[in-house]
Design a protein around this ligand. Structure first.
Ligand code: ADP
Ligand code: ZN
Ligand code: ZN
Length: 767
């Protein structure tokens, strides 16, 4: 007897479902797959794609009508992971459409790589193992540990010391009273040391620490968290402003050291106390700054689970942190720009520290602005967002001036004073004219500080020894064979290196063009300054921090620790040394030659220069200890320039007003809206051809009159790694008009591309 076709036979699959899946591939739109079970939207799955298996997220699931018998089956479902929430999906949908990227690709970028690359069983296993490990919620120092640990940790091992200090151990001095020592939560330990779990397990075996199970944590804690300082009135007002329910964007404007971080901490505390499940997201621009901030968080919130999200974590670690945030267990999430796309089901407050920092803008793939997405996310969720800076971006400042953002001001510095800014004219300085990097005024200032035992900090934005090697006889210059850029001379290993494509070659002994033996390094980088300082001040202890020294693992951190410990007299470096570090004994900060930022083709260069100089100035006089007072010295050929004049007066508002007026006149953001088409190809004529057609298409689409399409121009680095690069700027009075154009332009470009690599950069910050 034939089975009734309407009722499934025993053993055959029941109702079939059809799932729309956004897959990890550069594909526009979702793909359909068949599934035997209904899948919740937001489920993470693995699906076949061509010959591969890729990660995907289910967008929708409906009963299959059987219309497409060729549909493939969903491979695996990550059932151990709760589905991603509707809010997260909305955030990703918005980001994909706003930044003109495929949804699946963006979702994949937002998920931790470890999750994307492991089968569902492995994910389930890891989640189980983590849960088990975390039954122990915290560690505490034992009396034995207090006695023995200090002898067992090498002075130089910064990461180990960070762990030990978080347990209450002091680098020098008396052993702590262990009854009173702080508890180190497992979750925070992971942020302090990359292999914290193993290290603590070993210390446990030695009897140096003991475990405090999660269940006992509340009663085990003999004392509350580290006592926060009493807020000053202006800080208290800021925290209070954040109590208002609903969406509001607040711009917290205060000089470095005015207590902005303290405001974030108090606001977070308030939110966590009000709602026992609430989550707080704290964004910071630099991986380098996360350990410091994390330690402050761990001290203040010893009972809360913290999560850390940045690209410097090992993939599996990052997955653990991400999963804790996604499960709602992590109450405070600290991270760099990618953390803005984390799944945070109970998000109640977002704080963006140093909101002006250019590194919030992703410069490849999906070129999103983490700051802008933070504001969007807060608005979507109806929660407050706090943007903090001493030098706000002109966009945020404008929004605050026009009432879209609420301005919260901190006018006083918590400890110490603002440095006096002096402008040293470099035009007819005898020492500079003799070819050295240190002018008369700076030399005298350094000598004085050395005598007093103050630390000095010197920065310039060029690493290496000299930016180019030249032949004075025939004019030959060390150019990169693959880029429109010079090869930088690195003296330490006698190499010529391209900072754009990584090309490296040994230094030629003789000029490759004329054979002259008299090749000269021209200009100066950090290595050359370090060398000059050593010659000028042979008795001084000098250290250098830049991308080259930081490339050696732990080296930058060790150097920073040396500076903190007072073992360095003069620190030379790139902008890496100007950010965030709370140096206690720096009396003098000097910018060696910042003038390039005054005359750059990049319209944002002045804004960045100003921010950087203010940041750098903020490193001086934090503790206000120097007898000479804190000082910043700028070596410049243009001391009368309005930017430096504003810097000298500590007048951000004046600087911003002038810049904004110029932007208004020039029709630039925030008064108009921009997008950039960036394209590259190995063959210039092919690229040219594509760009001409692209520009013509855009011009057609921009017929509304509100939008301007500029002709294609070479990018600032017109050739990189052998590839030619060009860009087209599109500008509009109305954001909507611009996005309508982009929405139509993008598919047309796709049809046109044929091998040309291209991408649309919305709200570009880099020209
Ligand atoms: P910012 O983030 O603006 O640079 P921080 O919040 O880091 O400033 O504060 C700078 C220093 O001043 C920190 O050491 C901090 O602990 C301290 N501080 C901040 N606010 C207060 C306050 N109200 N009372 C005492 N110390 C404070
Ligand atoms: Zn020559
Ligand atoms: Zn190159």
């Amino acid at each position: 007897m034939a089975a009734d076709p309407g009722s499934p036979a025993a053993g055959a699959p029941a109702a079939q479902w059809r799932a729309q899946v956004a897959v990890d591939a550069p594909i526009w739109g979702a793909l359909d797959y068949r599934s035997a079970v209904e899948l919740a939207p937001g489920s993470v799955v693995r699906v076949p794609l061509g010959r591969q298996v890729v990660c995907g997220v289910v967008l929708r699931c409906s009963v299959d009508d059987g219309a497409d018998p060729a549909l493939k089956e969903v491979g695996q479902v990550c059932g151990a992971l709760p589905p991603l929430g509707a809010d997260w999906m909305a955030l990703l949908r918005f980001s994909a459409s706003y930044y003109q990227r495929p949804l699946g690709e963006l979702m994949a970028a937002a998920l931790p790589g470890w999750l994307r690359e492991h089968p569902a069983q492995a994910v389930a296993r890891r989640l189980r193992a983590t849960r088990q490990r975390e039954r122990c919620a915290a560690y505490a120092l034992t009396a034995l540990g207090a006695q023995q640990l200090p002898q067992r940790i090498a002075q130089r091992n910064v990461a180990l010391w960070r762990l030990a200090c978080a347990l209450g151990l002091q680098r020098a001095g008396a052993a702590p009273d262990v009854g009173d020592a702080p508890r180190l939560p497992v979750a925070s330990a992971r942020g302090l040391h990359p292999r914290a779990a193993q290290v603590l397990a070993e210390w446990l075996r030695e009897g140096w620490v003991r475990e405090i199970p999660a269940s006992a944590l509340g009663s085990e804690l003999p004392h509350g968290p580290v006592q926060p300082p009493q807020l000053r009135e202006e800080q208290a007002l800021a925290v209070q402003a954040l109590q208002a329910p609903g969406f509001a964007a607040h711009l917290l404007f205060g000089i470095t050291g005015s207590g902005k971080t303290e405001v974030y901490l108090h606001a977070a505390q308030q939110v966590l106390e009000r709602d026992p499940q609430a989550q707080v997201l704290l964004l910071t621009p630099e991986i380098n700054l996360t350990p410091q901030l994390l330690q402050r968080l761990a001290e203040r919130f010893p009972r809360q689970r913290l999560a850390l999200l940045h690209s410097g974590l090992a993939e599996a670690e990052r997955f653990d942190h991400w999963a804790a945030a996604h499960a709602g267990q992590a109450r405070i999430v600290l991270g760099t720009r990618l953390a803005v796309l984390a799944s945070l089901p109970r998000l109640a407050l977002i704080a963006v520290d140093e909101e002006h920092d250019p590194s919030y803008k992703q410069q490849e793939g999906a070129r999103y602005s983490a700051r802008d997405l933070a504001v969007w996310r807060a608005r979507h969720l109806g929660i407050p967002v706090l943007l903090g800076s001493a030098t706000p971006s002109l966009e945020s400042w404008h929004a605050a001036c026009t009432g879209r953002y609420r301005l919260l001001r901190l006018r006083q510095r918590a400890g110490g004073e603002m440095p006096q800014v002096d402008l040293a004219n470099s035009r007819d300085d005898p020492l500079l004219r003799a070819g050295g990097p240190i002018g008369r005024a700076l030399f005298d200032a350094l000598a004085q500080r050395l005598q007093l035992g103050d630390q000095s900090l010197l920065f310039l934005n060029r690493r290496g020894y000299a930016p180019v090697l030249c032949c004075p006889d025939c004019g030959w210059m060390s150019d990169c064979p693959h880029c429109d850029a010079h090869l930088v001379y690195h003296r330490t290993d006698r190499s010529l290196r391209c900072h754009h494509c990584g090309h490296r070659q040994p230094v030629a002994r003789a000029c490759p063009q004329c054979g002259s033996l008299d090749l000269q390094p021209v200009g100066r980088g950090t290595q050359r300054v370090e060398e000059a300082l050593a010659a000028l001040f042979p008795q001084a202890r000098i250290a250098r921090i830049d991308a080259d020294t930081a490339a050696r693992k732990g080296q930058a951190e060790a150097s920073f620790a040396q500076v903190h410990a007072g073992e360095v007299d003069i620190l030379v470096g790139t902008q890496m040394i100007t950010k965030g570090h709370d140096f206690r004994r720096v009396g003098l900060v000097a910018a060696l030659n910042p003038d390039a930022g005054l005359f750059s083709h990049d319209p944002r260069a002045p804004e960045r220069l100003f921010a950087q100089l203010v940041q750098a100035a903020g490193r001086a006089g934090r503790a206000g200890a120097s007898a000479l007072g804190a000082r910043m010295l700028v070596q410049t050929a243009y001391p009368e320039h309005v930017l430096y004049q504003a810097l000298q007066r500590h007048d951000y508002a004046g600087f911003a007003a002038r810049e904004l007026e110029e932007r208004r006149r020039a029709g630039m953001p925030p008064f108009r809206f921009q997008a950039l088409l960036r394209a590259e190809h190995a063959r210039e004529p092919r690229l040219q051809d594509f760009m001409e057609q692209a520009a013509a298409l855009a011009a057609e689409l921009a017929a509304d009159g509100a939008t301007t399409v500029y002709p294609a121009v070479p990018s600032s680095l017109a050739r990189r790694a052998g590839v030619h690069r060009q860009q087209i700027l599109v500008e509009s009075d109305r954001r909507r008009a611009l996005h309508v154009l982009l929405g139509a332009w993008r598919p047309a470009l796709q049809a046109l591309a044929g091998g040309v690599r291209w991408a649309i950069d919305v709200d570009p910050t880099d020209f």
